[in-house]
Ligand binder design. Structure first.
Ligand code: GUN
Length: 284
């Protein structure tokens, strides 16, 4: 019987622990996350709302900075500078994707690395690759937390990551490597994906292709981590992994309530990390 990896339950545990930590804070100031949203993309609006709601649940303060889609690069950078300088703000998150006319890389570069709770600033990306302490991007961090919570051994295992995005594919490959997995990264130009999926002990599906993974292309006992989120023809949420694969797996993450809730829990964790660092700095 395949075991469902319950991201909702684990994220609730993580959030309860954070809530308890927030209650223990004796400083006058509570942790605070600033969420920047540009434009009115409906998916981004929902993500931002759930991030703010999660902050409220655990007692982390939050502020949403919402800008029109036609904001200029300079105006956005000025807003970020203010947040960088605001000593009551611990974490800053700019919801992606940004409208096409904005330079995403320059925006990331202008978030203070100490407040970069997404871990997208090039300095923090570099630190992750060098195995130095940093903010680990929330989705990959959540995947590793789930794998560890279910005591899944990664040592020497053949792990296939499908997708090479800056948000998920690349950072999760690094983290898996740190766990001594043998990591392969596949992507849209990979010539023989089936051969790779058939050989993998663990598959992290972050391709953004609905039901890319099918039961006839995986081996029995595989661990399936599904980062995809799509709506099927009935309007139901589903992932990159066809649910018919589950019975062949040893462990799998469902969609929804798998990786998704872990992402938000890890963002809260990173915000606490930013707060603790900032508070410590001001003690000295
Ligand atoms: N858009 C999709 N995922 C993310 C994320 O983890 N962080 C931000 N800032 N934007 C996203």
């Amino acid at each position: 019987m395949a075991i469902l990896m319950d991201g909702k339950a684990l994220s609730d545990q993580v959030k309860a622990a954070i809530q308890a930590d927030v209650l223990k804070i004796t400083e006058t100031r509570k942790p605070k996350l600033a969420v920047v949203l540009v434009g009115d993309d409906p998916a981004s609006q929902i993500y931002v709302q759930s991030k703010i709601k999660a902050c409220q649940q655990v007692g982390i303060e939050s502020v949403a900075k919402v800008f029109d889609a036609d904001i200029t690069q300079i105006e956005l950078l000025v807003a970020l500078k203010r947040l960088n300088q605001d000593t009551t703000v611990d974490g800053i998150l700019v919801q992606l994707p940004l409208p096409k006319h904005l330079d995403e890389q320059e925006v990331m570069l202008n978030i203070s690395p100490e407040k970069d709770v997404d871990g997208f600033h090039p300095l923090n990306v570099g630190r992750l690759h060098l195995r130095q302490a940093t903010f680990v991007p929330a989705t990959p961090k959540g995947i590793i937390a789930l794998i560890k919570a279910y005591n899944i051994d990664l040592e020497g295992k053949d792990v296939l990551v499908i997708g090479r995005s800056n948000l998920v594919g690349r950072p999760i490959a690094q983290l898996l490597l740190n766990e001594n997995a043998t990591v392969t990264i596949a992507h849209s130009r990979t010539q023989d994906l089936k051969q790779l999926t058939k050989a993998a002990d663990v598959i992290v599906a972050a391709a953004g292709v609905m039901h890319l993974i099918q039961p006839d292309t995986i081996k029995a006992g595989v661990v399936l981590i599904d980062v995809g989120i799509h709506r099927d023809s009935n309007g139901k949420l589903t992932g990159d992994v066809a649910p018919s694969c589950y019975e062949k797996a040893s462990y799998y993450t469902p969609v929804p309530k798998g990786v998704g809730p872990m992402t938000i829990a890890m963002l809260l964790k990173n915000t606490m990390q930013a707060y603790q660092r900032q508070v410590k700095q001001h003690e000295v």
